[in-house]
Design a protein around this ligand. Structure first.
Ligand code: DQA
Length: 151
């Protein structure tokens, strides 16, 4: 099972940005941790981070035909980007939305999620564990779909 794990703007600043909200783990440490967890789950994880909306769209498009699922923390683009929503819809891969913080308990504008409209599940406020739970959920969903298509 191959998953693309996408992180959007400012997530490269983890460890530096607002540590009281996002903690002290750096982006590289997050990737290292998730790579270990992916290996434990038998998942081949590919990581992509960009601060640019277009690059995120292109990375999602490139997942078509190569990946089995997408895990996305779109950062602030979650709340603004119809282009990333359309990319997720275009490739039509099972996708999970992740946020390190609990977006619903923050500012009002963070309650809107365009990306969530193309995602089958959401993990918000669980820190790095949210990505692991997203991998587990996608495995479950994809496994069930395969079982259904056999029967
Ligand atoms: C975030 C929440 C977003 O609202 C914010 O813009 C981010 C990070 C999170 O992981 O909690 O950049 O997606």
């Amino acid at each position: 099972m191959k998953f693309l794990i996408v992180n959007g703007p400012n997530l490269n600043m983890l460890g530096i940005r607002e540590p009281q909200l996002y903690g002290t783990l750096t982006y590289d440490e997050l990737v290292q941790y998730l790579a270990q967890q992916a290996a434990r789950l038998g998942v081949q994880a590919e990581f992509f981070q960009s601060n640019s909306e277009g690059e995120l769209v292109t990375a999602i498009q490139k997942a078509y035909g190569r990946m089995d699922g997408i895990i996305i923390n779109g950062g602030a683009y979650t709340h603004t980007s119809i282009a990333i929503l359309d990319a997720l819809k275009a490739v039509a891969l099972p996708a999970a939305e992740v946020h390190l913080t609990d977006v619903d308990s923050r500012e009002e504008f963070r309650r809107i999620s365009y990306l969530g409209m193309a995602c089958c599940c959401r993990f918000s406020g669980e820190g790095k564990q949210g990505y692991v739970h997203a991998m587990e959920k996608l495995l479950e969903i994809i496994g069930n779909n395969n079982t259904n298509s056999i029967n």
